[in-house]
Design a protein around this ligand. Structure first.
Ligand SMILES: Nc1ncnc2c1ncn2[C@@H]1O[C@H](COP(=O)(O)OP(=O)(O)O)[C@@H](O)[C@H]1O
Ligand SMILES: [Mg+2]
Length: 478
């Protein structure tokens, strides 16, 4: 019986495990994704910078050859940059070409890897500045690129703004003598290398953009995975609560079922016992009555016989009421005139009413029809009226009103008795609740079960004048 909730909980445990694993998976995969995306962004940025540097180097090569190398050879016979005039000429060509192009520094190395030209003149003549790339270029290799950073890429990620010159792109490009027209198709490698051009560009700003992009990706994926995780957790919490509620409700229902099963079997036992008691009780009370009628009984015997007779009758009434209460009620559905049933109940109580000088006001009219069980409704009306009668001390009045209201017939019994004991109002309909010495406490319980079995409703209240009001709402016949 308890199997299902356990399964529910274990499947929830699995869902919990799943949500944690998916959080970890999403986080790891998003981190990997952000690294991959930012790497490809960095690569494409680098390629763009390299393309740009290559174009710049080609253009410089062209400008230097056309505007410096050729005129100098024609004018001076040979190139000697120690000659200030030649140096100035080259500087002019270089400066006018790189003007406004974010070039950090520019050097030209001669065949011996010595700095022959530099944007910073203090480098001139230096032999140790040339790296391996310069050597390779002098040997006729293609141009090459190199990233120089003053900060590690990992550390760079944690800088809000990167210090200037953090990332540099160094391009090494062999300067070649250009061929005459018509021979341009010759392989570059066959062209004569005249020196090596080394351009250094500051790419820190672009690098910063890539880092910002990387953070953007990391933050977005983290935020979305945390959001997803929170959603999952809320969903699981809710389901857990729903399951706990369901389990509680189930336990309550099981308890109620158990209780009502117990009550029902107890009721069956008690009913059969009550049945067994009824006949001997009848015999006891009629025998006592018979003995009472005999003329030779003395006063004490008469008193004892009267007590036996009265108590046997009271017990018989309790048993009768209890059987009435315990009997399952499945009312027949006959078309009934409520006024007729009321008249019948009042007729049965007529003697008692007139003896006690209780006046009855019949404020109902014929034609109020319901679908119901005549015997059961009779018993209900009888119980209500006799309760009213018992509540009236001395003379008094019971008024019974009946109206049709929408789809219902409303009957109101109003007596001039003491009214309900307001402190015990919630117990009035409980079986065996009574405030009377000789009461069984089953009257109103029977009325309530009859009225509810008819789909109706019973309402108890006290009138302003102090008397009790019993109101019945029964579904009217359509
Ligand atoms: N018309 C009424 N006026 C005042 N009290 C009432 C009236 N009808 C019922 N009661 C109260 O409700 C209790 C339960 O009534 P009932 O179930 O008929 O049992 P019993 O009549 O055997 O006491 C009564 O003991 C009484 O206190
Ligand atoms: Mg009663």
């Amino acid at each position: 019986m308890n199997q299902k909730p356990v399964t529910d909980l274990s499947s929830l445990g699995f869902a919990k495990f799943l949500s944690w694993t998916s959080l970890v998976l999403i986080l790891v995969s998003s981190l990997i994704m952000s690294v991959v995306i930012s790497n490809s962004a960095r690569t494409s940025l680098l390629l763009k910078q390299q393309d740009f540097a290559t174009l710049l180097a080609e253009n410089l090569n062209h400008q230097i050859f056309r505007r410096f190398t050729l005129p100098t050879i024609i004018g001076y016979g040979r190139i000697a940059l120690r000659n200030e005039e030649q140096y100035q000429r080259l500087d002019q060509v270089v400066q006018s070409t790189i003007h406004g192009l974010h070039v950090k520094s520019l050097r030209i190395y001669d065949f011996n890897s010595v700095v022959a030209y530099s944007s910073d003149r203090s480098d001139l003549g230096d032999k140790d500045m040339a790296g391996m790339a310069v050597g390779r270029a002098l040997n006729g290799n293609m141009h090459s690129f190199e990233i120089q950073s003053s900060i590690s890429p990992i550390l760079a990620m944690f800088h809000l703004t990167l210090p200037p010159d953090s990332f540099m792109l160094r391009t090494t490009y062999p300067l070649r003598a250009e061929q005459r027209l018509g021979r341009d198709a010759l392989d570059e490698k066959d062209q004569q290398v005249m020196g090596v051009l080394e351009i250094t560009q500051d790419i820190t700003a672009d690098y910063g953009t890539v880092i910002r992009l990387q953070w953007l990706i990391i933050c977005t994926t983290m935020a979305s995975s945390v959001l997803l995780f929170l959603l999952l957790v809320t969903f699981i919490r809710r389901s857990e609560r729903a399951i706990a509620d369901r389990m509680q409700e189930k336990e309550r229902l099981e308890r109620e079922l158990h209780q009502s099963e117990k009550l029902a079997s107890m009721g069956r036992v008690v009913s059969s016992i009550a049945h067994e008691i009824r006949n001997p009780l009848g015999i006891i009370s009629s025998s006592a009555e018979l003995l009472l009628r005999r003329p030779n009984a003395d006063a004490l015997t008469q008193k004892i016989l009267t007590a036996i007779h009265d108590e046997a009758r009271r017990l018989s009434k309790t048993v009768h009421d209890f059987l009435d209460y315990a009997r399952p009620k499945s009312p027949s559905k006959n078309s009934l005139d409520v006024a007729q049933v009321l008249d019948q109940a009042l007729g049965f109580l007529e003697n008692e009413l007139s003896q006690r000088e209780v006046r009855v006001e019949r404020l109902y009219e014929p034609g109020l029809r319901v679908l119901g069980d005549k015997d059961l409704l009779y018993r209900a009306f009888y119980n209500i009226i006799s309760n009213g009668l018992q509540a009236i001390k001395g003379e008094g009045r019971i008024s019974i009103a009946g109206i049709r209201e929408g789809g219902h017939v409303i009957l109101t019994f109003h007596d001039s008795g003491c009214g309900f004991d307001l402190t015990n109002m919630d117990k009035m309909l409980d079986p065996f609740f009574t405030t009377k010495d000789d009461g069984t406490g089953l009257g109103l319980a029977i009325v309530n079960s009859i009225i509810t079995s008819h789909g109706g409703e019973l309402l108890l209240s006290n009138a302003d004048d102090g008397g009790a009001i019993v109101r019945l709402r029964l579904p009217a016949e359509m």
